[in-house]
Design a protein around this ligand. Structure first.
Ligand code: FES
Length: 108
């Protein structure tokens, strides 16, 4: 079992010489936004959610990239709206599993 229910890694790596990299897309601002929105949505560390910045994850040409664990899903994300969609989709997955678990407990 993973330590967090959901852990988002947002790449903000910067490469010298104008090479393709996630850090050239204002990713510091996106990370700050993602952390703030996650907190507003109740997706806090004590509830099993975490948003972190990361170094290069080897998918620079697709950047800026986000990966979510434990699902291993990758996202291309360069706007606050996209961050909101990702956070809501993660929240929805975890809310529906909680509802299923509660339903199973009631059935048992
Ligand atoms: S710079 Fe982000 S994946 Fe390489």
């Amino acid at each position: 079992m993973s330590f967090y229910k959901s852990h988002l890694f947002i790449c903000n790596n910067r490469k010298p010489g104008g090479k393709n990299c996630c850090g050239s897309y204002s990713t510091d601002d996106l990370i700050a936004y993602a952390k703030r929105r996650a907190k507003e949505l109740g997706m806090t560390k004590d509830k099993g959610f975490r948003v972190s910045s990361s170094g290069c994850m080897g998918r620079c040409k697709s950047g800026p990239v986000i990966v979510e664990y434990p699902s291993g899903k990758w996202f291309k994300c360069s706007t606050e709206d996209a961050i909101d969609r990702i956070l809501h989709s993660i929240l929805q997955v975890h809310q529906s599993s909680t509802i299923k678990l509660r339903a199973k407990i009631v059935e048992d």
